[in-house]
Design a binder for this molecule. Structure first.
Ligand SMILES: NC(=O)c1ccc[n+]([C@@H]2O[C@H](COP(=O)([O-])OP(=O)(O)OC[C@H]3O[C@@H](n4cnc5c(N)ncnc54)[C@H](O)[C@@H]3O)[C@@H](O)[C@H]2O)c1
Length: 526
């Protein structure tokens, strides 16, 4: 392992534990000493916490060697480089290592943002160069991305995979390109949140709360940006933008630039989107979800997507009498919920007299869909409804009766409600649909498989579920309707739908309820 810093020491620890004779090199004696001491401390701590035995820790320590000179690495069959993020420096290292080690040595880089392919050409045999991208802290994070550069050989990739697995990692295969697989597929989590903030759809605290309560994420996007460092995040954003020759989905936000100018770097600076005292910010507890309450009113629910179906079942479970409009007969209904996706503009909608209308803002914003109704309230929620704690609402004018009825309805279902600004997908739907879209572009470009993308985001970023598993639960038509509406209403290229999603609709791969989407499901599971 070359470079004994944060990542290098962590990688050396798992290498030694995995049974490899491990050499740790750093040209700076103090850094090397600190790195070796760090590995020893990590091994002892793990034994103390019973993550491995004292004997295993002792055996691993015996396999660890300090390598003050690069030449000490001559016997190595695999070198993992974790030196500073500088292409010139890494290229020089690969050139030298090619001379020092045998001709078959596999050279791996732990870079998070530099092209593996640009490093490979400095080695004597570019085919022997691959990426091994570990996550911080390397001993604890389960995920490892093995990255194929343009010329990486199958043998070198297989070596990296086998070694990674022996280190106890869940290895996924990725291809060279901005952010490889995991970091790339996670981009919309922050960037779409920034877009929502810049449009004034909601403030950062509300967006974070919705993401935590709506999806079970441990942290909202702004909390995460503060943790990573807004200056670091801005540099990553600029690098994506430049490497891709200005892909609109990856356009940095002016908010990031302004935060950096203001010195609001995040947690490490004591202030970012939030203020920090002694490194901690005071986060109010998320509101309790209201208890479900028995009801016995007639309501109308129209639509045949997942949202309509799940609302129907939830409402019926607590005693509501949900009906289709055609089944209402002479009965009264105070609430008409329209969760239709795939509507025709010329569709005539009839509403029970005196009913308040609540319309799903997926295939349009409330300003668009509301044209079909008087005084409608917009709502959005993502399936599976059983997992979500929050329903988002939006209104165009002030209709207190409608607002109260709609709020009451969702509260009786046990959901917290949040009022936000208008737009297709509102807040959470928009972030998740863009995550799905990004994943689809990555699949199309051969960067990774659906399984590996979901694994990457669950293990690398603690997502409660992968975006593609989510898309299957939501239904592909709902995702595409939301993205198309964003594209049409905002006139922005960043919302163009990945062709793969349209192809899936054409092929009837509509999601879990259809038995197949990104994944296939046995009949008893959908
Ligand atoms: N920190 C993270 O979260 C993270 C995650 C994934 C990947 N990475 C990548 O891992 C690499 C290392 O990052 P880090 O956070 O461990 O950095 P770090 O600054 O903690 O460690 C870098 C080490 O490299 C040593 N070094 C300096 N010049 C060197 C040279 N010429 N040859 C060999 N070593 C030299 C330094 O003394 C230092 O010990 C970078 O490429 C980074 O992009 C970092």
């Amino acid at each position: 392992v070359v470079g004994a810093g944060t990542m290098g020491a962590g990688i050396a620890q798992i290498a030694a534990l995995g049974g490899f004779e491990t050499y740790l090199h750093d040209p700076f004696p103090e850094a090397l000493e600190r790195g070796i001491a760090g590995v020893r401390a990590g091994l002892a701590k793990g034994a103390e916490r019973k993550r491995w035995s004292i004997e295993d820790a002792a055996a691993a320590e015996k396999r660890l060697r300090s390598a003050p000179a690069l030449e000490d690495l001559a016997p190595c069959e695999l070198v993992i480089e974790a030196s500073p993020e500088d292409l010139g420096l890494k290229r020089e290292l690969f050139g030298n290592l090619s001379q020092i080690c045998g001709p078959d040595v596999v050279l791996a880089t732990n870079t998070s943002s530099l092209p593996v392919t640009a490093m490979a050409t400095a080695a004597a045999r570019p085919g022997n160069v691959v990426g091994m991208h570990f996550f911080n802290p390397a001993p604890l994070m389960q995920l490892l991305e093995v990255v194929a550069g343009a010329d990486s050989s199958e043998e070198a990739l297989a070596t990296a995979l086998a070694v990674g697995e022996q280190m106890g990692k869940r290895v996924i295969n990725a291809k060279d390109g901005p952010g490889f697989l995991a970091n790339r597929c996670a981009r919309p989590f922050g960037l779409e949140a920034l877009k929502l903030l810049s449009e004034g759809v909601a403030d950062h605290t509300t967006i974070d709360r919705i993401v935590r309560m709506g999806g079970g994420f441990r942290m909202g996007p702004f909390e995460l940006m503060d943790l990573v460092g807004i200056d670091v995040g801005f540099e990553v954003s600029k690098s994506f933008w430049e490497q891709s020759f200005h892909e609109p989905r990856w356009r940095p936000s002016m908010i990031q630039a302004r935060m950096v100018q203001a010195g609001r770097f995040g947690r490490k600076a004591g202030r970012g989107y939030y203020e920090y005292e002694q490194g901690k910010h005071h986060r109010e507890d998320d509101p309790e979800q209201p208890a479900m309450r028995e009801q016995d009113a007639v309501i109308v629910i129209e639509g045949d997507g997942q949202v309509a179906e799940e609302l129907w079942d939830l409402a019926a479970d607590i005693g509501y009498d949900p009906r289709r409009m055609a089944e209402l007969g002479d009965d009264d209904a105070a609430l008409y919920i329209d969760a239709q996706i795939g509507r025709l503009v010329e569709d005539q909608v009839s509403v029970p007299p005196g009913a308040s209308v609540c319309v799903l803002c997926a295939e349009g914003s409330l300003s668009e869909l509301g044209l079909l109704f008087d005084h409608a309230i917009g709502f959005h929620v993502l399936p599976p409804l059983s997992d979500t704690g929050v329903v988002e609402l939006t209104h165009s004018g002030q209709d207190d009766v409608a607002s109260q009825r709609v709020e009451h309805f969702f509260r009786t279902l046990g959901k917290h409600v949040e009022w936000v600004g208008d737009g297709p997908g509102l807040v959470f739907g928009r972030i998740i649909c863009q995550l799905v879209n990004e994943a689809c572009f990555a699949i199309q470009e051969g960067v990774g498989s659906p399984e590996d993308i979901d694994t990457a985001l669950r293990l690398g970023f603690n997502y409660p579920r992968g975006p593609l598993e989510w898309a299957d639960l939501i239904g592909i038509e709902h995702v595409v309707a939301t993205l198309d509406a964003l594209y049409e209403e905002l006139h922005e290229e960043r919302y163009r739908v990945a062709p793969l999603l349209r192809r899936m609709i054409a092929e009837g791969r509509l999601g879990r309820w259809a038995g197949r989407g990104f994944f296939t499901y046995p009949e008893d599971e959908y």
